[in-house]
Design a protein around this ligand. Sequence first.
Ligand SMILES: Nc1ncnc2c1ncn2[C@@H]1O[C@H](COP(=O)(O)OP(=O)(O)OP(=O)(O)O)[C@@H](O)[C@H]1O
Ligand SMILES: [Mg+2]
Length: 351
Amino acid sequence: MPAGIEHEKAAFDVLPDGVLIADENGTVVLLNTAGARLLQRSVDDAIGRDYREVLPVTDSVGHDWWECTRPYGGLAIRTGQPERRLTLPDEREIYLTASYVRERRCGPVQRLVIGLRGAADRERAERDRADLVSTVAHELRSPLTSVKGFTATLLNKWERFNDEQRQLMLQTVNADADRVTRLISELLDVSRIDADRLELHKQVVDVPAAARRVIDGRVAAGETPERFELEVVGSLPEVWLDPDKLDQVLANLLDNAIRHGAGDVKVAIEPVGDGVAISVSDEGAGVSPDIRGLVFRRFWRAGRRGGTGLGLYIVKGLVEAHGGTVFVGEADGGGALFRVSFPAGTPAFAL
Ligand SMILES: Nc1ncnc2c1ncn2[C@@H]1O[C@H](COP(=O)(O)OP(=O)(O)OP(=O)(O)O)[C@@H](O)[C@H]1O
Ligand SMILES: [Mg+2]
């Protein structure tokens, strides 16, 4: 390795992307650790070889990329190649950029600097995004189809229906519009969680009072009050949480216990570490151990009881944004047990 390059290598080794540098003859003088990992070869073996031998890449139609681009030949005004997706001999794909470093403008290439990035990660992210778009489109379509269908029917055939029928149709339209609104606000939460852009406005909250409010809300919506039990174990410390987010977490867990679980729903609040833990358990069939790892995933849902599968993903995102943890297990009676813990938190506004 020429003098000076050794020093540069240490700096390049901390980069997550692969870097390969060839000298004025096309001989590899540097390959960083990430590059060696991507190319699955040792750095020592690569140094001193021709760059085309170390990095034999072809384009999408199988042409040798270096034959096509000829970094050391061709027009002397060229400064490099923008990012291209190329294929290695073992069929793996990589993203490659190239810079042609010339000492003077239009002079010969002194160094060829190549940036490398594995395509697998990015593809996974792209697939995730495509999945998200298709799931969202699908989820939005069914309520919107019903809104469109009923409004069109009412507009065209208003006289043919009696008041009761009209009211029924409008109720369906109303409920479906609510579903769309709820879905959109859930998706906004998901995108904030995914982009790490949740804003927390923390204040001292009375966790049992918040749980009481959410339970009262369910009772007001028609659930029997006897179904719910709220228990506070021990004396709770002062905790700083975002009250709206706490309500959202509680509402989601309670909603799941009612919708997916059965029997009585118990909310237990207790001190843990310097903060509090909230456990919500029910007497339903529970969540079997083999799917416990899946329930917090985006769009994961099972059974026929409606829902988009975003609830627990949002719960996890909101709890983790507070520095807390989520857990799913089995309640004493065999039903589901969801437990979230929040640290005491600090008065600061956290972004
Ligand atoms: N208390 C529970 N008992 C049994 N299964 C549960 C319980 N809570 C959640 N699950 C399972 O976990 C899945 C994911 O829950 P999640 O809250 O993320 O989605 P959802 O309730 O189906 O939809 P959403 O909350 O978005 O309306 C549910 O579909 C259900 O199969
Ligand atoms: Mg849910």
